[in-house]
Design a protein around this ligand. Structure first.
Ligand SMILES: *Cc1c(COP(=O)(O)O)cnc(C)c1O
Length: 376
């Protein structure tokens, strides 16, 4: 069986973990955490990078930093993971779901402005499959209406939009290092990218349980105390040590994933020309990170048949998300008026195996199975 996902491992991670153990450095913000954070600050144009236990935690920090209050409204796509929404619901916000574009499955930037009210505080674009949302338009809308932009770039590490790294364009960006993402910090993990200086000081406080402990460690205050709202948003050094191994091999992982992605694309484009399926679309301004390779079937029924067929061929495939506006919590906490594409397009998607240890020969054989399904 070719599994749908395997977490990325380069082989160096175990040595770094051993190193953290031998040096008695296991709690958060040790040497590996600092190295990882510096790596992001040096490679990407961001003011401050802070490791978190997950992307979910980074999103929750973002909602605290934006001072989201009950009855505030936050605009985001319905086609996303629950955490995008939950983080803001936890602060009492109402979620206003926007429709997606059928080509990229990203929030439709042309449909955002009509959803803005006096209560709107933020827009949360989600870069689906590591392919950027139309950020210039989104940032212009935000500036015009005085709104914040939090990028859910969980899937977008190493992707760019007009040369800018995803996660560094909005006021705040959030990455995931979960085992299913391109880079992992040992199964769970995330990063908060603070791009707007005004959030930098408070971000460190919120992350340190609402204390000014980071200032204390830097010798900038003589004792630390409780100064603000906060929680425990530090991952352990074991997680950071694992991630450090992955960051050293970041290009290697990215290059291999892109090769696999292109192999799928080349192997399946004849089926697309025949109108039998649809392949992912990457707009010109976007460089993606091959987070995902998906195909779109005609409809739900064909997708079910396809998934069963692939299982018989020993290939595990997957689909997601049930649009949030149609889930029971989504009905309670959110609202969606225009669902032209979200439901219909989400029912067509099937994700194919895509991970660092997958081989090109395996991708070629998966393509053969797909061809035999569609040409049967
Ligand atoms: C994976 C994912 C998350 C959650 O990431 P965790 O690190 O598991 O908390 C959030 N949003 C999107 C779009 C994701 O793909």
């Amino acid at each position: 069986m070719i599994p749908f996902n395997r977490p990325p491992v380069l082989g160096t991670e175990i040595n770094y973990i051993q190193d953290a153990i031998s040096k008695d450095k296991l709690c958060g913000d040790g040497p590996f955490s600092k190295s990882c954070q510096t790596w992001f600050e040096e490679h990407f144009d961001t003011r401050l990078a802070l490791l978190t236990p997950s992307c979910t935690a980074a999103l929750e920090m973002a909602a605290i930093l934006l001072d989201i209050k009950p009855d505030d409204e936050v605009i985001m796509p319905s086609y996303t993971f629950v955490s995008t929404s939950n983080a803001f619901v936890l602060r009492g916000a109402k979620i206003v779901f926007a429709d997606i574009r059928p080509d990229t499955m990203n929030i439709d930037e042309t449909k955002i402005e009509s959803l803005i009210t006096e209560k709107t505080k933020a827009i949360v674009p989600v870069h689906y499959a590591g392919v950027a949302c139309e950020m210039d338009t989104i940032m212009q809308i935000a500036a015009k209406h005085d709104l914040y932009v939090v990028e859910d770039a969980a899937q977008g590490v190493m992707s760019t939009y007009k040369g800018k790294a995803l996660g560094t364009i909005g006021h705040i960006g959030c990455y995931s290092f979960h085992a299913t993402k391109n880079y992992t910090s040992g199964g769970e993990g995330g990063l908060l990218l603070v791009n707007d200086e005004k959030f930098a000081k408070r971000a460190e406080i919120v992350r340190e349980k609402g204390t000014d402990r980071s200032l204390f460690f830097r010798g900038m205050v003589d004792k630390y105390s409780w100064v603000d709202l906060g929680s425990s948003f530090l991952p352990s050094e074991i997680q950071a040590a694992y991630l450090w191994g992955q960051l050293e091999g970041a290009e290697q992982i990215n290059t291999h994933r892109l090769t696999l992605w292109l192999t799928y694309y080349e192997g399946l484009k004849a089926l697309e020309s025949k109108g039998l399926l649809e392949l992912p679309k990457v707009p010109e301004d976007c460089k993606h990170n091959a987070h995902m390779f998906y195909i779109k079937c005609q409809d739900l029924a064909e997708r079910q048949a396809f998934i069963s067929y692939m299982k018989e061929q020993q290939v595990q495939t997957a689909f997601h998300y049930v649009p949030l506006h149609s889930s029971s919590a989504g009905i309670d906490f959110g609202l969606m008026d225009d669902d032209t594409y979200t439901t219909i397009e989400s029912e067509r998607i099937v994700r194919l195996p895509m991970y660092f240890s997958l081989e090109k020969t395996e991708v070629n054989s998966i393509c053969q199975s797909i061809i035999s399904f569609f040409l049967k």
